[in-house]
Design a protein. Sequence first.
Lengths: 461, 225
Amino acid sequence: MSAASGSFSVPLPDFVRTTTVRGALVVAGAFALYMVVLFAVIYWRTGHYFMARSDAVVAQQAKVFSAGNMREQLLAVDQLLKQDPRMVQHAGLFAPDGRRIAGNLERMPPELTLDAPARDAVIPVGPSGAERQHVRAVAHSVPGGGVLVIGRNVDETVQISAIVGETLAVGLLPALCLSIAAGMLLSIRAQRRVAQVNQAVQRIVAGDLRQRLPMRGVDDPFDRLAAVVNGMLEQIEALMHDIAGVGDDIAHDLRTPLTRARVVLQRGRENARTVEELQAVIDRAMLALDQSLAIITALLRITEIEHARRLEGFGRVLLADVVREVGDMYEPIAEEKKVALEIEAATAPTVHGDRDLLFEAVANLVDNAIKFTPEGGKVQLALVARDGESVVRVADTGPGISEEEREMVLRRFYRSDRSRNTRGVGLGLSLVAAILKLHGFRLSLTSGPGCVAEIVCPPES
Amino acid sequence: MPKILLIEDDRETADEIVAEFAARGFDVSWAATGIEGLDQARSSNPDAMIVDRLLPGMDGLTIVEALRKDQISTPVLVLSALAAVDDRVRGLRAGGDDYLTKPFDLVELIARVEALLRRPANTRETTLRVGPLELDLIERTARRGDRPIDLLPREFRLLHYMMQRQDQVLTRTMLLEEVWNYKVASQANLVDVHMSRLRHKVDEANETPMIHNVRGVGFILRAPA
């Protein structure tokens, strides 16, 4: 795969290249950035807060102390330094010539400006003065020309800020790793499911229609999608099954007359002695061929109707006319067979449909009924209204139709065993079913004493 | 001798059709492509044409449309392997006069071409006569000589159609399509039953038969010789 591409590159593991992994990395990056910003704000705000507080404290102290006389100032400085166990306070009272009068400051820090707001200063501390401390300090003039310097150690602030920074550093890396790991994990799980689905689909493509997509039994989008696809596969499998069945039926029903034709021709070729004999043979062979052709024609017709290409022929159809015409057409046939054909059109509804097709459907039902009704029997063709629906009912006194036969009868080609010897190609009811489906009508088959076939036409909406 | 032009690309089918028509005294010419066929139709002025729908690189209907555009009204029978009823409608709409689905019976084809050649004159006559047979289209009555014939409406329709086409072989499919408007000719034995009814009424035992069965093909109405 990668070898085929011209440029050389270190191949990334498959999962790194997927969009889910890329998504996880982006999210982790954004998360890290957010954390950095958050801690930066905390760092900055904390530092600022402590600084401001120190500034306020030193300014206040300087202001209060410098208000009193020299004695009070000395006392206050003394007090301040004594009450400072943490050693964060610095103070110094300097004479106008810069000489130290009191306090723990050796000399006045050079950074300070007199009576200005608090600012940073570095002061030497300790016995040798070698150690230096960062302080926030103010220099305040006192009555009599002296200067009072108050300082406050801000190392603490710096430390707090440092802790915040360290916390960030310590926290950020694991969090980042965690989010990347979680992203990877989810991504790999998704990958694995896709791979499973892919495998199943490959097997389906290879022809195993019984395969289903794997499901975890949890209500996640993947499972829901799999359920939808599985439903679809179920339907396809059922359809394929039907088609396979039809294929077998076609093979059987076409082969029968074709075999007959072949046998007849073969025997005729060997045995016929006269032209008349030969003609008789050919006639029989042609009859068999015609039967095969009739099957093909009927099949094409069903396909045509099922694909609903005839909607353009739709219009208003008077059902009573159709019933009467079919009755008219079949009356002599019924008479010939000594079957009574009763026609009754009590209502005169119109339906939206294709007259020729509806005629064909009704004719097929009547044809069947007459075919299966023994001599002396009766076929009733009636148009009735029931529950607001128009019903074309064809009832006969034939052998009827059994429960399990009903579904089968609607399948293409099916002919119940007892009718195998009767003429016809066995596609009649499938054709009727296809026509009615196109119209949105229903076909119901029930067994009375004989068979009752009904075309139920819902009222036009 | 009626001149027929056959436009059909399958040589074997064409050979059979040509031979059959020639044997029956037609003057048949054959074109294997649409272009050739159209040229011949324009130059040789045939009495009827048989056009296959599926020609290499061309729909047979295009030929019919081209002819009609040139005001050439030669009757055309369209042949097609497409069984769909809609195709039939399309074929007739394009200017075809009849439509036959492959595979077909050669005698069916001949009967239909003959029907095209002898289309019933658009007479305004209200009474049809064939020999002693008389059909009053206004009164809707029929008689043979002096004998009135009592016909059911469907029998009247059938006889009417046959009298318009006397001496012409009418196939079962033609009758189903034209008399009963039944587009799918799967119930061919229906016609026989109806015909036998009509025949009983038209031809009584002592009379010379006028309705004849043409074996394996259909029926014909002839005046007694």
